[in-house]
Structure formats: structure tokens, C-alpha cells
Design a binder for this molecule. Structure first.
Ligand code: NBP
Length: 485
């Protein structure tokens, strides 16, 4: 047998094939296997034709046999049971010190479980987020690995070699943390992606349906936005979508059914935020906005019976467009601040030591949420690695001060015109809540104590001392236990 493969990859769908070609372009010999063997053949005869260091195998035994030791095997298959099934099939074929990597969109608790199970068997495990879709996989994705840290030196060069690079050449890939931390950070990335997309849709709705901008004009607006602070992949593709025409010459986007799909990573982020009690309002609203869009038939029926204001925004067009840009930027800052709040809480909960600035750098290129803005987040954590919240970083304080008025005007215009802006408006409410020394939760506590004897703390007594009032004079003086849910 000739040269052994540096790494093996299982799962030759769109992501797997492109990662193999990317690794091979970077000088690595790659063994490949797919459940359906004909797809392996097709790949070898087509996309990988002429590459003698892409080695096909039709059985897992042959596949494992072609790998240099310690063996490194990357799974790019459907998340869930399929990953467990491949792990079960591979383990008997491997030796202690070999490494299995799951590059699919696995849910992070699964990765934590697999990392721990395999550690007991002497097999190293990495669960890594890979973002950037087909193009990213081929030309440079963002890669977010976590798991068993002993495994990192085995694949560091390969992963950082094939990853996207930022302007100074730094790779959009670094070690994220223990157990499921890599997949966790990918999940947050996807949640943030939901939020970014929803906010752009809201700006589109305000400017198109409210202000009446044509798609040609919107193309210009997004092109201009992409030159400044909002410079990002999602603004860039939105710019291009505005210009894409259907066969009849009309904008294609106007022909697309307004019913959004989702695969669950946004929902996982929302569930995680509820479980930990972290107010990640914008991402959750973005998930619900997709859910509401999916109720197309109900909405059509409701639109015939429920009326509202005319969706019309009038005034200085240039000023309204600039306000929408600032509203988008401010909401985006809130979204990332919330995402980081959630990561911090989860890291605390799991005992992970996450590198927050490094995460911003990993997202800076290669992935769907890549943007110039992420460089500012990296700078904020470089300035203060213990930063409590992005919103209190001096740079973001000044941007928010600059954007606040425009943001409020945009939300007010949308609300007045009956245009739903759930992400932008919930972000604004969060912002106002977060910067409030006092919230009306005093009344809430009074209500809870009134009906359920849940007790309250007082502003004139030390925190941790609980009081109960017999509000009606007829209740008893026994209070309910105090605990956090
Ligand atoms: P898919 O998510 O469509 O997975 C296809 C692969 O899974 C094929 O190799 C297929 O084998 C294998 N597979 C399936 Br499906 N069911 C199987 C089973 N029961 N037993 C064995 N193998 C099975 O491919 P993808 O879109 O390339 O994504 C791969 C992973 O990367 C997924 O976890 C995905 O969530 C993640 N991801 C995707 C993207 C993207 O943009 N597509 C981006 C980032 C991450 P077969 O050929 O025999 O059916």
C-alpha cells in the first residue's frame, strides 16, 4: 500500500466533499467513506478526479486501514443517531489515542456525552462547529472545535490550514473549550444568524413596504450599508438578492413564499437561554418570527378580518433610511451582547473556560455571520477579557449613544404603520431594561406575595432577607419557600 492518509472523512454530501477537497488542496492525503458506496465512486470519478491522495474505501475496515496513526476520522453526517451509530462501528476498529471528530451540527449535550464516553475507552473526541456552507467548506470555513483538549494538537495544523483567514492572516479556527463547547459555540453562532437575518428582513419591510423603496433602490441601500459598519456576508447577499430577477423581469424575492423554514439550532439557543434564565430576547423573537411566518394560511385568513393602519411611512427618505441603518446596527449589538451573556452563563454552568475574543475572531471570517463588526467585539474582549457585557464596553457605549435616537424613531415608525419589527423592538426593550436601575418588578413581587405568599426583599433591608405581608388581612402569616426556577 502507498502513502497512508493524514485524515479520513466519512459523509460525502455537500459539506464532506468540499472539506475533503479543501484539505487535499492544503497538501493532506484524505481517505473517504460514505454509507452509500456509489456516492464515494461518483465523488472519486467527478469532483476528486485526478487527485491520487484522495483515497476511497467501501468498507469501514478498509477506510480505517488506510489511515496513518494516530488515526483521525472526521464525521460529516446527519446529526443525531447517525453519529452514535458511526462511533459504535468505528470504536472496535480503532486503538487508544485515535481521534474521532464530529463536524456536523450536533447538539452540544450529545457532544459532551460522547467526549466523556470515548475518553473512558481511550479514544479522543472532538465536536466541532463548521460554518460557511458549501463555499466555506471548499474555500475556508469557520471551524469551532471543542472536546478532549489532548486531541487538539493532532488536528490543529489541518484545521487552521483549511480555515478562513482574516486580513492579518489569523485563522478563523482555534480551540474553543472542553466537552461540547465547540458545538455550543456553533449553536450560538446559528442563533445569532437567526437574529441577524430577521433584523435585515425587518429593515427590508420598513424600507420596502413602509417607505416604498423599490428593489433597485434597496440594492443601492444595502450596497452602501455594506461599505460601512454593517459590512457583512448577510448584508452582501441581501444586496445581491435585491438585484436578482425572475424570468419575467420582476425581483425574484417578491415571488418567494413568505414562509420560513428552520432546522432547530435557533430553537436550541432559545431553550438554553430559558433554562439558564438569560434574556436572549432577540434570537428567541427571531425564532418565533419564523414560526409566525409558517402560519401562512392562518395569517391570510386573519388578514381578511383584522384591520390595522396603512403600512405607510412618510418623511425625509434619506433620514429614514439612515435611521433604519442605525436601528439595525444597535439591534445587532444587543443581539451579540445577549449571545455573549448566554455563552458566559453556560461556560460558568459547565466549568468551561471560553475564549470570548477568540470566538469573535472565529466568526470574523468564513461563516454566515462573518462581519467587520466582529472585529470590534474582539477588540472589546482584548481590552477587557473579563468584560461583563458588550453593552458596557466604551466603544459600544458610544455607538449605542449615537444610534439610540434613530433606533427609537425606526421602531416607532414601524409600530405606528403596523409593520412588525419583533427583533428590533424587543432588542430596544431589552436595552432599556438593561440600562434601568429600577424596573417594575417591585410590583411583580408584591403580586406574587399577595396571591402566593412568595415573599419579597425590601430596598431598605439587606438582600437575602425575605418578608411576607398579609395583604388582605384575611390571609395567614405563613410564606411559601423561596427558590429560583
Ligand atoms: P447531510 O446533513 O445531508 O448528511 C448527509 C450525510 O449523512 C451523507 O453522507 C449520508 O449518507 C449520511 N447519512 C444520512 Br443523511 N443518514 C445516514 C444513516 N442513517 N446512516 C449513515 N449515514 C447517513 O449533509 P451535509 O449538508 O453535507 O451536512 C453534513 C453535516 O454538516 C450535518 O450535520 C449538517 O447539519 C452539518 N452542516 C451542514 C451545513 C450545510 O450548509 N449543508 C453547514 C454546516 C454544517 P448517504 O449518502 O448514504 O445518504
Amino acid at each position: 500500500m502507498g502513502k497512508k492518509a493524514d485524515i479520513g472523512l466519512i459523509g460525502l454530501a455537500v459539506m464532506g466533499q468540499n472539506l475533503v477537497l479543501n484539505m487535499n488542496d492544503h497538501g493532506y492525503a484524505v481517505a473517504v467513506y460514505n454509507r452509500t458506496a456509489s456516492k464515494t465512486e461518483e465523488f472519486l470519478q467527478d469532483a476528486a478526479k485526478g487527485r491520487d491522495t484522495v483515497i476511497g474505501a467501501h468498507t469501514l475496515e478498509d477506510f480505517v486501514g488506510t489511515l496513518a496513526k494516530p488515526r483521525k476520522i472526521m464525521l460529516m453526517v446527519k446529526a443525531g443517531d447517525v453519529v452514535d451509530s458511526f462511533i459504535d462501528q468505528l470504536v472496535p476498529l480503532l486503538e487508544k489515542g485515535d481521534l474521532i471528530i464530529d463536524g456536523g451540527n450536533s447538539h452540544y449535550p450529545d457532544t459532551t456525552r460522547r467526549t466523556r464516553d470515548l475518553r473512558e475507552k481511550g479514544i479522543l473526541y472532538i465536536g466541532t462547529g463548521v460554518s460557511g456552507g458549501e463555499e466555506g467548506a471548499r474555500r475556508g470555513p469557520s471551524i469551532m472545535p471543542g472536546g478532549n483538549e489532548e486531541a487538539w494538537p493532532l488536528v490543529k495544523d489541518i484545521f487552521q490550514g483549511i480555515a478562513a483567514k482574516v486580513e492579518d492572516g489569523s485563522p478563523c479556527c482555534d480551540w474553543v473549550g472542553q466537552d461540547g463547547a465547540g458545538h455550543y459555540v456553533k449553536m450560538i453562532h446559528n442563533g445569532i444568524e437567526y437574529g441577524d437575518m430577521q433584523m435585515i428582513c425587518e429593515a427590508y419591510d420598513v424600507l420596502h413596504n413602509g417607505l416604498g423603496l423599490t428593489h433597485d433602490e434597496l440594492h443601492e441601500v444595502f450596497a452602501e450599508w455594506n461599505e460601512g459598519e454593517l459590512d457583512s456576508f448577510l448584508i452582501e447577499i441581501t444586496r445581491d438578492i435585491m438585484k436578482t430577477l425572475d424570468t419575467d423581469g420582476k425581483p425574484l424575492v417578491t415571488k418567494i413564499l413568505d414562509k420560513a423554514g428552520q432546522k432547530g439550532t435557533g430553537k436550541w439557543t432559545g431553550i438554553n437561554s430559558l433554562e439558564l434564565g438569560v434574556p436572549v430576547t432577540l434570537i428567541v423573537e427571531a425564532v418565533y418570527a419564523r414560526c409566525l411566518s409558517a402560519l401562512k394560511h392562518e395569517r391570510v385568513a386573519a388578514s381578511r378580518v383584522i384591520s390595522g393602519p396603512e403600512k405607510k411611512i412618510e418623511g425625509d427618505r434619506k433620514a429614514i433610511i439612515e435611521d433604519a441603518r442605525k436601528a439595525l446596527l444597535a439591534s445587532k449589538i444587543v443581539s451579540y451582547a445577549q449571545g455573549y451573556m448566554l455563552m458566559r452563563e453556560t461556560a460558568k454552568e459547565n466549568g468551561w473556560d471560553l475564549n470570548y475574543g477568540g470566538i469573535a475572531l472565529m466568526w470574523r471570517g468564513g461563516c454566515i455571520i462573518r462581519s467587520v463588526f466582529l472585529g470590534k467585539i474582539k477588540d472589546a474582549f482584548d481590552r477587557n477579557p473579563a468584560l461583563q457585557n458588550l453593552l458596557v464596553d466604551p466603544y459600544f457605549v458610544s455607538v449605542m449613544a449615537d444610534c439610540q435616537g434613530a433606533w427609537r424613531r425606526t421602531v416607532a415608525r414601524a409600530v405606528t404603520a403596523g409593520i412588525p419589527v419583533p427583533a428590533m423592538s424587543s432588542a430596544l426593550s431589552f436595552f432599556d431594561g438593561y440600562r434601568s436601575e429600577r424596573l417594575p418588578a417591585n410590583l411583580l413581587q408584591a403580586q406574587r406575595d399577595y396571591f402566593g405568599a412568595h415573599t419579597y426583599e425590601r430596598i431598605d433591608r439587606p438582600e437575602g432577607e425575605f418578608f411576607h405581608t398579609n395583604w388582605t388581612g384575611t390571609g395567614g402569616n405563613v410564606s411559601s419557600s423561596t427558590y429560583q426556577v
